[in-house]
Every structure is written in structure tokens, then in C-alpha cells.
Design a protein around this ligand. Structure first.
Ligand SMILES: Nc1ncnc2c1ncn2[C@@H]1O[C@H](COP(=O)(O)OP(=O)(O)OP(=O)(O)O)[C@@H](O)[C@H]1O
Length: 692
């Protein structure tokens, strides 16, 4: 049965198509051609990219043999988010700027929405860096890429749009050196509902690129948020990765809010021109009102001598293999890591760093994380941020906190959640006109001519609809991958499903993989909306103030009572504690917090015991830890045992912390007494001296 959601979508899309086919689209000559909305007219080829909610394929439009790209968005994952899909399709189809990717048309195919757009043969800057420029590009290329991106932003801002996901992964390159900004999944229109909105309040983006004002619910943000992300993208292109990219999202949020903005300030950055460094510094000002507009930034001296992309960008990929081979190599590398089962953190990190951060949070988890982060640690680790945050942090950051960061490294767990049901890959028969090498271009059978429900080849054969990603992988890997696939461990506070469509967890980001399920279960009950990277739970959600979530590819948190603002607005301590009167209240605060946490744990344990009792556990007590089940030779602990273990660990950790605190408190007390004695003695000396 066709869901009402799909019916609305079909109506919307066909309406769009009628308009489009009648009027044609503007832009390049290719864009003037009509593209049908019949999936049989398209042949899907190699995968050339994937994001949080979509897989992008090279494709051929059979009637004209045009090479195009098709972004296949998973509708099942967006079922409460029609607005966002509509917005993305609408925005993309209305666009008319050489530096912004537009869509030719879009239509539903089974459970997917296909968005037809120009194929950008060299993929994203992110992919290019990952394949061949791990330390970033040379300044002339950066300048050229940034200038074209800025033109795109200027265009969008002038038309009332905020892109909200500016990053190297969304800057696409063509063979000719042409540069286009893509992915409007999270873009927002400032003119929605006819009224210009001064600023927005939803929390959207990818943490490393996110402007501080976006992270602080209630503060509101506007197109200047894109300028911050643009500055971060500049650093990304200069270093090969975004600042803070090695840190878990919650930490990135706090570091962005509390620390001095990143910049090109270190020895390794001396190779860059002063005008480049100045330009970045202008973008990365915390006060959004002080950031320049895109239009103004375009006039900055850094861009005055920008070379054309054909000259300095084109040569970047002159000797590289085709995009699909590079993308596949990167995927294979990740798969290898996962198969080894050794370095899930590295896999997660790689996904996270590229901004394909399909993690889910619920606000409760975020609150917990925020509460458990240690500002000191943030500062210390910030210093290690590949050398280029260090000095700034030492010099400028001042906030100090109290609770030490809990151990967030979790155990890896292996699961079959990654179900590769791809059809065998067939060699394609591309037309020589569009020059797709026969050996390299492959079609994904089953997606080529399917409309309506997905064919079995590619259907979501596992009950979990999120397991239906199609991989064009060697048979050996397809056989191996499902069993060896390592689910996100959330170590390092990340919940990074290997693939976008596996995004099903409400990630207790500091917990172990083993605990994830239980916590996911826990949060499931109160989940209000699951949007790609985030789940929003009802418990801490002020529904009255809630705004609709943005597209699922984004980090999207409704305005909430998150403590971030609280934390950020905490008055900065002027210096490290130096006197007992300074230390005492802090220690008391610590002890108070610790005992509160202990109470919480005890409460949790009690409710757990109650649950176990109703489940039939003897005498309502926690049962003995059962032996884990054995799946493919890997012992998987039952959820309840892992949950117990975590709670017990937490208790003992808290107890030992409490003990330490008490000892410290005693020590401080005795220091305090001593100091008082000394003071008394000094006073009596002073008095005696005065009398004399
Ligand atoms: N037109 C295109 N031509 C070639 N490659 C593309 C094209 N569009 C997207 N890609 C590749 O696919 C990747 C994912 O696309 P996109 O960013 O649109 O997906 P998404 O699910 O919206 O991702 P995100 O996680 O960034 O929100 C891009 O990073 C890029 O490498």
C-alpha cells in the first residue's frame, strides 16, 4: 500500500515535474534539456559518494546518453520529514548559479527519492584530500576553491538561504575544474512563510564546522553561520582535516563554545600568506555580527589574485584514477579496518571526520556528556590538536571545570546489522559519447528499471530497513562484510554507523557498543523524532518551543534545555586554584555532584531490579551475569549483563572518586588550618610590632 506520505510526495514531485518540463531549467546547456521522471530512463552505475541519508551514483540518462549523478535518498528514513525533503528538492531545482549544484528533476522510486543532478566527475574536495592530499592543498588551489564556494554562498544568502552544511565534503569538483557547492539537505530559508526570519533556532550541521551560535540553543543564527563554516572549511583545505576532528562531537561543541577560535597561527601555517590567515581570522570570529558577509569577504585581498580553477584546481586530479575507483578504494580501506575488527575507532573517526556523521543523540545523552566533560581536559587536549590549537588555548582559554571525563571507550561489538544484499555488479555498456570507461563503469542491477517497491535484489531483506545499502563490492568482501562488520562502538563519543542508512541508534555516545542496545532501547520509548544524526527524546524537550527538525542528514536538535549554554556562560575562573577559600567551595561542589550521581545510579539500579523482577528474575534481584551468546565465534554479551556491568563499574568508579575527593578535602582542610595558624602568628607579630 502506498503510504499517505509517499502519495503527498508523489503529488508534490509530479507537480514540480510538470512545471519543470514546461518551463525547462536554466543554467548550462545540459540543464536546459528535459529529464524524464521515469526511472526506466536511467541506468545507475557506480556509487560515487554517500552521506548521512543518501547514496550518490554515477548514472546514465538513456534517451540522450547523458552522464548524470543520481542522489538516492532513503524515504523510509525520512518518513516524518517531508518538509525537509521538499525543501531540498525545491531549493535544488530553483537554483541558477554556476557554483551551486542544481537538480534536473526528482521522483520517487520504491522507497527512495531519486534526485537527478549534474555529475561532478571529481567528487568532493573531501574525497580528493583523502585520496591524494592528506595534508591539504597548496594555497593557490585553496584560494580558487574558496572563492568559487564564496560566490555560491553569496548567491544563496542573497536569495535568503542558509546552507548550514558548508564543508569540503559538499564542495564538488568537475573535470574542467568547475566548482559547485552541493547538498541542500539542511539548508534553511530565511524567507519561509512569507516573513523574513531574522534568525533561526534549530541546531543543525556537522559539529566541527558548526558555528558557536548554532550550538547555543536560543541564541539564534543567520547566514553568518555559513561564514564560520566557510572559515573552518578553509582550515580543512589547508590541513587536510577540520580542527577538532579527532574529538567526539560533544567535546567539539564545548571546545567550539569555550575555546578561542581556531586559525592559521602556527609554525606549520607560516607557508600561508598573511592575507589568507587574515581572511580565515575574519570568518572565525565568535561574535557573528562581526563576521563579514559573503559579499564583503569576496572583496578581501586574499581573493584578489585568485587564479581560475581551470588553472590551479584541474591539475590537482590530473594523475589520479577515476572518482569511482578512488571512492571504492576508500570504502575498501574502511571495510578492511572493520574486517580486522581492530580499529573501529579509526573507522568511526574517518566517517566522523568526513562529516558523514550519522550519529543519533538524544538530548539526555548530550546532557550527560556535557556534565561529564572536564573543561581542563578540553583545554589540555585542545592543546594537542595537531599543534595548531595549542598556543591559543594556553594563552587564551580560561574556563575550568571539575568532573573528570568518564571513560568513554567502549568495547567493540560485532553484529549482522550490516546486511549487504547488493546484486551482482554487471559491466555497463556506456556510450562512447560520454566517455565512461566500460571496464570501470558498472551498473547496479535491480535499481536500474525499478519503480514502485524495490526489487528483491536490492530490497531491504533484513527486517531492519536500515540495512539495505547496496554496495558494488567484490563478492569476497560481500560475503565477509556482514559478519565482520563492526557496528559503531561509540568509543570517543561517536555513534557512527558504517553507512548512512544504518543510522538507527540513539547513541549513548560515551558508552560501549555493548551497552548501546540497551540504551537505545531505553531512549526508543521517549524518542520524539529521529533525524539522521540525532534522536530527540521527549523527556527534555520543550515541545511548545520546538521547531520542525531539518533534514535527516544534519545534526538537528530542537531547542532544548541543554546545559551547553549554562556551561558556556559559567563565569571563567581567573586562575588555577591557589587558596583554600577558593578550593573549598569547588571541592564541596564536587562532593555534592558525586553524591548526586551516586543517587542516580542507585535509582537506576533499583528500577533495573524492578524490571528484572517483573521479567521473572528470582526475588526481584539482579540475576547472575549470564554467559554471553556465541555468534560466529564471537561472544556477545547479553544486554542486561552489559548494562549491569556498566552500572557496577560506574558505582565503583564513583566510590573511588568520592574517596579521592574526601581525601583531598581533608588535605585542603588541614592546609587551611595551617594557613590560619600562620596568619594568626603573623597578626600577633604585626600587633607586637605596632605596639613597639
Ligand atoms: N553531483 C555529484 N557528483 C559527484 N559526486 C557527488 C555529487 N553529489 C554528491 N556527490 C558525492 O556524494 C557525497 C554525498 O552526497 P551528499 O552530501 O549530497 O549526501 P548527504 O546524504 O546529503 O550527505 P551529508 O552527510 O553531507 O549530509 C558527497 O560528499 C560527494 O562526494
Amino acid at each position: 500500500m502506498v503510504s499517505p506520505f509517499r502519495q503527498i510526495l508523489q503529488t508534490f514531485i509530479s507537480g514540480k515535474r510538470r512545471k519543470k518540463m514546461a518551463s525547462g531549467s536554466s543554467g548550462s546547456s545540459k540543464q536546459k534539456k528535459g529529464f524524464s521522471v521515469n526511472p526506466k530512463d536511467y541506468k545507475l552505475m557506480e556509487e560515487v559518494g554517500h552521506g548521512a541519508s543518501a547514496v550518490v551514483h554515477l548514472a546514465i540518462y538513456l534517451p540522450t546518453k547523458d552522464v548524470i549523478a543520481i542522489k538516492c535518498l532513503d524515504l523510509d528514513r525520512c518518513n516524518s520529514n517531508l518538509d525537509d525533503i521538499r525543501r531540498e528538492a525545491q531549493t535544488m531545482s530553483m537554483i541558477d548559479h554556476p557554483n551551486v549544484i542544481k537538480s534536473y528533476c526528482s521522483f520517487a522510486v520504491g522507497h527512495k527519492l531519486w534526485v537527478v543532478m549534474p555529475f561532478m566527475a571529481q567528487g568532493s574536495c573531501f574525497h580528493l584530500m583523502k585520496s591524494a592530499y592528506p595534508d591539504g592543498f597548496e594555497e593557490p588551489a585553496i584560494c580558487s576553491i574558496l572563492k568559487e564556494t564564496l560566490k555560491a554562498l553569496d548567491y544563496l544568502h542573497r536569495h535568503g538561504h542558509i546552507h548550514r552544511d558548508v564543508k569540503s565534503g559538499n564542495i564538488l569538483l568537475d573535470d574542467t575544474g568547475e566548482i559547485k557547492l552541493g547538498d541542500f539537505g539542511v539548508s534553511a530559508c530565511l524567507f519561509e512563510n512569507g516573513d523574513r526570519q531574522r534568525s533561526r533556532n534549530t541546531f543543525v550541521g556537522t559539529p566541527c564546522w558548526m558555528a558557536p551560535e548554532i550550538m547555543q540553543p536560543g541564541s539564534g543564527y543567520d547566514s553568518k553561520a555559513d561564514i564560520w563554516s566557510f572559515g573552518i572549511t578553509a582550515l580543512e583545505l589547508a590541513h587536510g582535516h577540520a580542527p577538532f576532528s579527532k574529538y567526539p562531537p560533544m567535546k567539539v561543541l564545548l571546545m567550539t563554545i569555550q575555546n578561542a577560535p581556531p586559525g592559521l597561527d602556527y609554525d606549520r601555517d607560516k607557508k600561508f600568506s598573511k592575507s589568507f590567515r587574515d581572511m580565515v581570522a575574519l570568518c572565525l570570529v565568535k561574535d557573528q555580527t562581526k563576521r563579514p558577509t559573503a559579499e564583503k569577504l569576496l572583496k578581501h585581498s586574499f581573493f584578489k589574485n585568485a587564479k581560475s580553477p581551470e588553472i590551479c584546481v584541474k591539475k590537482l586530479f590530473a594523475d589520479l584514477p577515476p572518482l569511482w575507483t578512488r571512492v571504492k578504494d576508500l570504502q575498501d580501506k574502511d571495510a578492511e579496518l572493520a574486517m580486522k575488527g581492530l580499529d573501529q575507532e579509526a573507522v568511526s573517526k574517518s566517517e566522523y571526520q568526513r562529516g558523514v556523521s550519522t550519529w543519533n543523540f538524544n538530548i539526555e545523552d548530550l546532557k550527560e556528556q556535557a556534565a561529564s566533560l572536564d573543561d581542563d581536559e578540553i583545554l589540555v587536549e585542545g592543546r594537542e590538536e595537531d599543534e595548531f590549537f595549542g598556543e591559543r588555548l594556553r594563552n587564551r582559554a580560561s574556563n575550568r571545570g571539575q568532573v573528570s571525563l568518564e571513560d568513554i571507550n567502549g568495547k567493540e561489538k560485532v553484529s549482522d546489522a550490516f546486511n549487504l544484499t547488493a546484486s551482482p555488479v554487471e559491466p555497463a555498456t556506456p556510450s562512447p559519447e560520454h566517455g565512461v570507461p566500460q571496464a570501470k563503469a558498472k551498473s547496479v542491477r535491480g535499481q536500474t528499471h525499478e519503480s514502485g517497491p524495490l526489487s528483491r535484489d536490492i530490497s531491504l531483506t533484513n527486517s531492519n530497513s536500515q540495512k539495505g545499502h547496496v554496495y558494488a563490492r567484490p563478492e569476497s568482501k560481500r560475503r565477509l562484510a556482514p559478519s565482520s562488520r563492526v557496528e559503531p562502538s561509540f568509543s570517543g563519543a561517536l555513534s557512527l554507523p558504517k553507512r548512512a542508512s544504518e543510522n538507527s541508534f540513539s547513541a549513548p555516545s560515551k558508552s560501549s557498543g555493548g551497552v548501546r542496545d540497551s540504551l537505545a532501547d531505553k531512549s526508543k520509548a521517549s524518542v520524539v523524532q529521529t533525524k539522521g544524526r540525532f534522536s530527540v527524546t521527549s523527556e527534555y524537550l520543550d515541545l511548545a518551543r520546538a521547531r520542525p527538525l531539518r533534514k535527516s542528514t544534519s545534526v538537528s536538535i530542537l531547542e532544548s534545555r541543554m546545559p551547553i549554554k549554562e556551561l558556556s556562560s559559567r563565569p571563567a575562573s581567573p586562575s588555577p586554584p591557589s587558596s583554600p577559600s577558593f578550593i573549598m567551595p569547588q571541592l564541596q561542589n564536587l562532593v555534592l555532584q558525586t553524591s548526586k550521581q551516586q543517587e542516580l545510579i542507585i535509582h537506576l539500579l533499583q528500577s533495573l531490579q524492578a524490571t528484572e523482577a517483573t521479567d521473572g528474575s528470582p526475588n526481584g534481584k539482579l540475576p547472575l551475569l549470564p554467559r554471553g551468546s556465541d555468534i560466529n565465534g564471537i561472544v556477545v554479551e547479553p544486554i542486561s549483563s552489559v548494562r549491569e556491568r556498566l552500572l557496577l563499574n560506574k558505582i565503583s568508579e564513583l566510590q573511588s572518586r568520592m574517596k579521592e575527593m574526601t581525601e583531598e578535602l581533608e588535605e585542603e582542610k588541614s592546609k587551611h588550618t595551617q594557613l590560619q595558624k600562620q596568619l594568626k602568628t603573623l597578626l600577633s607579630y604585626a600587633e607586637a610590632f605596632a605596639e613597639e
